[in-house]
Ligand binder design. Structure first.
Ligand code: SF4
Length: 366
């Protein structure tokens, strides 16, 4: 006789029939599971899978990643955001090669001591790669459990989180952590999604929220702080058909990424005045705006950024290549437009590059 509860059995049976072929499910190799889990944090599955395949093709083993150049890892990561994750992957891979024989540790405390490995990532790798009875609570599991058990506290509150982690642990059937954790995540992704498909759900009879008719109110949303508006200006300085870019310092926002110089628009100044001032402060270059390229709006963590981008030229004639005095960067480069593709930019600047590429006004240097 099965010693599974009806809930466990239903989820495992459902997974057996509905599991998708995903890259890390071929072999459950610890390295591949780890890379996949980190990429999928904050990323939609379809998009994430493309990144996982590209990443594993370029860095198929822990050793190959440990030997990688940070610039190349960041470039592969471009578009996923949260670049600290990519840097931590590299640091953790180097640490695992140096201290753990090039494999992901099987002990949860040792795993959690690695850069970027928290409770979620440790649980995801240990349960899927080593079948250890460690829980995982991601957004999918939050949705499923908060509906099944009618969790009425805001989902990110410590009260809700400790209930969810304890429940997720207690539900794992002995010896079947790998399947069960995937089953509940997959179920949250395919059935109990943001708009749940209760009509197709095999768990309706066990679902508190469904019984109470409050599915739309679970999970209780986390209290959101309103986004802070920020106005910035950046300049694409073109000289003899080449564009100036600079590399951001290792501390602060977007460490190590490349950018078009610029900064925050100050009170009482226009974006055009701002970009001219920033070039003087950051590079000691006297520039003027030739024209406005575009206004780009994008979100960054809790900020709502409005980026005004300008085409710039030097105010005075320069025969050669003026040397910048770098005050806000570790490196500067003159590059052709085509070469911009080799560098990693924050999302707003990448959007700007794409807009320039499509705009006939700039065909002369693109
Ligand atoms: S009945 Fe609806 S809300 Fe409840 S677990 Fe199933 S899909 Fe989710």
């Amino acid at each position: 006789m099965s010693d599974l509860t009806p809930l466990q059995k239903t989820l495992l049976d459902w997974f057996e029939e509905n599991r998708r072929d995903l890259p890390w499910r071929k072999r459950y190799d610890p390295y591949e599971v780890w890379i996949s889990e980190v990429i999928l944090q904050q990323t939609q599955m379809d998009r994430g899978v493309q990144y996982i395949e590209r990443f594993l093709e370029r860095f198929p083993t822990m050793e190959s990643l440990a030997e990688a150049d940070e610039e190349e890892v960041l470039k592969l990561w471009e578009g996923l955001g949260y670049y600290a994750r990519a840097r931590n992957l590299l640091l953790a891979a180097r640490q695992m090669v140096a201290e753990h024989g090039g494999t992901f540790p099987e002990d949860v405390q040792t795993a959690r001591a690695l850069p970027g490995v928290g409770r979620y990532t440790a649980g995801a790798v240990l349960s899927q790669a080593y079948n250890q009875e460690e829980p995982i609570v991601d957004a999918n599991v939050e949705r499923v459990l908060s509906r099944l058990f009618d969790v009425d506290a805001p989902i990110k509150s410590s009260q809700a989180q400790s209930f969810l982690w304890e429940t997720a642990r207690s539900l794992i059937p002995k010896g079947r952590a790998r399947e069960f954790n995937q089953a509940i995540m997959e179920f949250g992704n395919l059935i109990c999604g943001k708009k749940p498909s209760c009509m197709l759900c095999p768990l309706t009879e066990q679902c508190e929220a469904h019984y109470l008719g409050i599915v739309d109110h679970r999970p209780v949303p986390a209290e959101r702080r309103p986004a802070v508006p920020v106005e910035v200006a950046s300049g694409v300085l073109v000289h003899k058909g080449y564009i100036f870019i600079q590399k951001r310092p290792e501390d602060g926002v977007w460490p190590g990424l490349w950018e078009f110089p610029g900064g925050n628009v100050e009170k009482g100044e226009t974006p055009a005045e701002c970009v001219v001032r920033e070039f003087m402060e950051e590079l000691e270059w006297d520039v003027e705006t030739a024209e406005k390229i575009a206004i780009i709006r994008h979100g960054y963590t809790t900020f709502k950024v409005t980026l005004s981008a300008f085409l710039l030229r030097f105010k005075d004639e320069h025969e050669g290549w003026p040397e910048p005095v770098l005050h806000a960067a570790t490196e500067g480069q003159w590059v052709s437009f085509a070469e911009l593709g080799k560098y990693t930019f924050p999302a707003g600047h990448r959007k700007l590059i794409d807009m320039i590429a499509r705009d006939m006004r700039y065909a002369w240097f693109v």
